[in-house]
Design a protein around this ligand. Structure first.
Ligand SMILES: [Zn+2]
Length: 268
């Protein structure tokens, strides 16, 4: 197994070198064929912790806070249907992060894409911070809090609208469940809840990008949660890099292991 790099400066130099060597793809490779996929970044909750967004699965995260149910229960499709008011209270307070800003990792990934050294970002996060940093090609496996969709007419509302509905309900005594302004239909976050399938087009796009890449950098994920582990298996390129503070079950298959803060590792 590769020896983990723990020094931030060494991590930065290693990543810079890998992106410049593999990021541009092989000369002459046509779009879609092997060697044209450049580098792909696959990220999890750890990418956003430096932006102040806690991982709801971590013990220090949302568990011991002021809700009657564990996060996994409140983020299920069943709970959304049966307890919409409680669902939206949790969603507004814990899932929407209006003040979060991209950190150095988001920014560097956007810079690498603009420089032609990164083909795509695949993320498990729903905070939209990659787009906020300027990334263009982002596969959001679990959706985004920035899109909230009327289940009847398809109207799309931003996160700020959902927050506004909550404030209005608090003042007027409503239940805080947002209702479409155009048709009165129920609005659901475009977020994949427990018990729901991933969006197939997003998943297939992510698989195709990873399968065509020469360099796959996996960061901020323990790689135990579906679909992360399976997606990594579709990678057939040259270098697999794992950037994570704690060991992951896939460490033995990585060519390069970086074990330090991910926002620091990408500060190059
Ligand atoms: Zn509607």
């Amino acid at each position: 197994m590769a020896t983990p790099i723990t020094d931030a400066r060494e991590a930065q130099a290693t990543l810079r070198d890998l992106f410049s060597r593999y990021g541009a793809g092989r000369p002459g490779a046509q779009p879609g064929e092997a060697g044209s996929g450049r580098a792909v970044f696959f990220g999890g909750a750890g990418v956003s912790t430096a932006s102040g967004i806690p991982d709801f699965r971590s013990v220090d995260g949302l568990y011991h806070q002021r809700f009657d149910y564990p996060p996994e229960t409140m983020l299920s499709h069943e709970f959304y249907v049966e307890h919409p008011a409680e669902f939206f209270r949790f969603y507004r307070e814990k899932m929407i992060a209006p003040d979060a800003r991209p950190n150095r990792c988001h920014q560097k990934l956007a810079e690498l894409e603009a420089a032609g050294l990164l083909g795509a970002v695949v993320t498990q996060n729903i905070d939209g911070l990659h787009q906020a940093a300027g990334s263009q090609r982002v596969f959001e496996l679990h959706g985004s809090t920035h899109r909230n969709v009327c289940q009847r007419c398809g109207a799309v509302y931003p996160a700020s609208w959902v927050l506004e509905q909550g404030r209005w309900a608090a003042e007027q005594g409503g239940d805080g469940v947002p209702v479409c302004e155009k048709c009165g239909g129920r609005v659901k976050p475009d977020v994949v809840l427990y018990g729901e399938n991933l969006d197939e087009r997003t998943l297939m796009g992510a698989v195709a990008a990873i399968a065509a890449a020469d360099l796959l950098v996996v960061g901020g994920t323990s790689l135990v949660v579906y679909p992360a582990a399976g997606l990594i298996r579709s990678f057939q390129g040259e270098k697999l890099v794992i950037v994570n503070r704690d060991p992951t079950p896939q460490d033995s298959s990585a060519d390069v292991l970086i074990s330090c803060d991910i926002a620091q590792a990408f500060d190059f």
